[in-house]
Ligand binder design. Structure first.
Ligand SMILES: C[S@@+](CC[C@H](N)C(=O)[O-])C[C@H]1O[C@@H](n2cnc3c(N)ncnc32)[C@H](O)[C@@H]1O
Length: 317
């Protein structure tokens, strides 16, 4: 394996603005306001990360309130909040219902999810998320995950690769690139980021950085089954939320945003609402705002990652 160009340092626990640490929280005040926090309520931060959002939620909870944080990455657990009103669970958020049952919690007042990878994951070469470094072609958010990006590149059929690069990466030459992957692995299996980066660079269509980001995004989504996990979280949130409970989700690309928007508006993942046997619209959630909330000019100035963030909020009916 190629030697990493990036030195791993200890992550720093998140705080209100988090800068210089593990992760800078995006749309922090907007998402906390969206939860309309009750001091004695029970809340879930489904994507704990550096804990910036969690700390802001805790600041509004009274002695009877409780926050359950979820993160599937064990690195995030170093940022755990030392407070008896806080519980951190190392699990995929698609299983929130199961874990809440374990903690004897039936329903909660609000759920927040800030999707994707943290800056810590993205900036740590060994995790394999970024083409800016060399490192293993890993891309697993959870250390328990079995599938890596290298497994996909070395074993998936050309048809399956075409689908992933086309649907998840929105590459205009997805078929050509899928065939190039299959041809390249005949000579040498994919092991490190540079193997993929070199191949992607010789197939670029459009702007180079954008193309590389799309290739890496496609693989990351497949490795972590990100869209499947999001769909499970959305479906489970309906059972887990109390009436009038709030669901706030921050997305970073259109594939995620479409799922969240349709689910909050139509009760399913399609563009049309779900109807029951009698033709009545079947909805468990109602959107709180017509349009998604985006980062303010001030936030855009200090956090580049916020430029693609969209916050959607719904209330349980
Ligand atoms: C964008 S970061 C969250 C940052 C956090 N809001 C903060 O303020 O520091 C996303 C985190 O969610 C975790 N994550 C993403 N998808 C997950 C899933 N399906 N289940 C559990 N954790 C997940 C990632 O490991 C990562 O640490």
């Amino acid at each position: 394996m190629a030697k990493s160009k990036h030195k791993k340092s200890e992550p720093v626990a998140g705080n209100d603005n988090n800068s210089g640490g593990y992760h800078t929280s995006v749309l922090l005040h907007e998402s906390i306001d969206a939860l309309a926090i009750k001091p004695d309520g029970i809340y879930i931060d489904a994507t704990f990360g550096g804990g910036g959002h969690s700390r802001a939620i805790m600041a509004q909870l009274g002695s009877e309130g409780h926050l359950y944080g979820f993160d599937q990455d064990e690195d995030a657990h170093r940022n755990a909040i030392d407070d008896e009103r806080f519980t951190l669970v190392q699990a995929n958020f698609r299983d929130i219902k199961k874990f809440l049952r374990l903690y004897d919690v039936k329903q909660v007042d609000g759920i927040l999810a800030d999707l994707g990878v943290s800056s810590w994951q993205f900036d740590t070469a060994e995790r394999g998320f970024s083409y800016r470094f060399d490192g293993p072609l890993d891309m697993r958010m959870s250390q328990f995950g079995e599938l890596t990006a290298a497994d996909i590149l070395n074993n998936y059929s050309a048809e399956k690769l075409h689908k992933i690069f086309g649907e998840y990466g929105e590459l205009r030459n997805a078929k050509t690139f899928a065939n190039a992957v299959v041809a390249a692995r005949e000579t040498k299996p994919f092991e490190v980021i540079d193997d993929l980066k070199t191949l992607a660079e010789s197939n670029v269509m459009g702007e180079k950085m954008k193309y590389l980001s799309q290739v890496f995004q496609a693989l990351r989504i497949e490795v972590n089954d990100e869209l499947g996990a999001l769909q499970d979280l959305l479906k489970n949130s309906v059972d887990v939320l109390k009436p009038e409970g709030r669901l706030a989700i921050i997305t970073f690309h259109s594939l995620e945003d479409r799922l969240v928007k349709n689910f909050m508006k139509n009760g399913n993942f399609e563009d049309e609402p779900e109807k029951d046997f009698f033709g009545n619209i079947k909805r468990d959630l109602k959107p709180v705002h017509k349009k998604p909330i985006e980062a303010s000019a001030e936030e855009l100035k200090v956090n580049n990652r916020s430029r693609s963030a969209k916050l959607r909020v719904a209330e349980k009916i």
